[in-house]
Design a protein around this ligand. Sequence first.
Ligand SMILES: [Fe+2]
Ligand SMILES: [Fe+2]
Length: 314
Amino acid sequence: MKLKEIYNLAIERGIEADFRGKDGIEKLLKKLKEKYEKMEEDQKEDFDVERLENPFSDTRILFGDPEKEIKKILTGIDIDGEEILLAKELSDIDLVLSHHPRGKALAGLDDVMQLQVDMLVQYGVPVTIAEGLLKKRIEEVSRGIAPINHNRPVDMAKILNIPYLCVHTPSDNLVARFLEEKLKKDNPQTLEELMKSLREVPEYKKAIQNGAGPRIFVGDEENRTGKIMLTEITGGTEGSAEIYEKLAQAGAGTVVGMHMSEKHREEAEKAHINVVIAGHMSSDSIGMNLFLDELEKKGIEIVPCSGLIRIKRI
Ligand SMILES: [Fe+2]
Ligand SMILES: [Fe+2]
């Protein structure tokens, strides 16, 4: 597969699994195109035209010829300088693939948080509340990532001439859908049953053995789950801490997430929402595995590293 084919496949799968739906994304891209066409020439020069085709600003080819044929990939949850050096050491790696964004994809992380608005609306939160709370939080995240030396590993990849790709929200969309289907099928009634259902997923099973398995952050095993919401799996990064009260009003009983800050946990507790944290590296691994399986099917060799728990479903 060519590098650009891998990149395009990630976008395609990400759109298919997106909470906004294919139509929603098409509308969004159309609106952006109209905005772009109205821009002055100097504004157009600075505009990232890839945004017109790719709705995930945290998923980008950071370095490398898109036409390059890829046979072997070193991939992990975080690919930084160390892993790029490792790729050089291994000598036959054609591409390094990171889940967490780096370079301009990290700088664009705040943009994908928009999808949280649609997700919250689907769970019954009024759109004005979702938009209002997210707007504030997106600005906070944008200011937070601004000082990061986000191009550091990209510079390294350029010097060592190793193609570099990151696939973030498309992969998180895949794990969100995966968990949605799994929980729908198992239909857990208590937190104990919910934990049992998660333990059946091999990535979580391995994470338990490594001391990082699913955990109840708020609530007790015997608590009833009520309505389960997967609001903290995809959408860039953690949303607003003020959302839990609104989620409770929208009927949430339990939130399942990948990770959660203490501030968010406290707010969820105050709102009487149970929280189950499935695990960060393990949940990110599920999304990446679903994507990597497709690459393996096409004959690409996968070398997992950097926290990626590689489980094949093919
Ligand atoms: Fe992720
Ligand atoms: Fe992550």
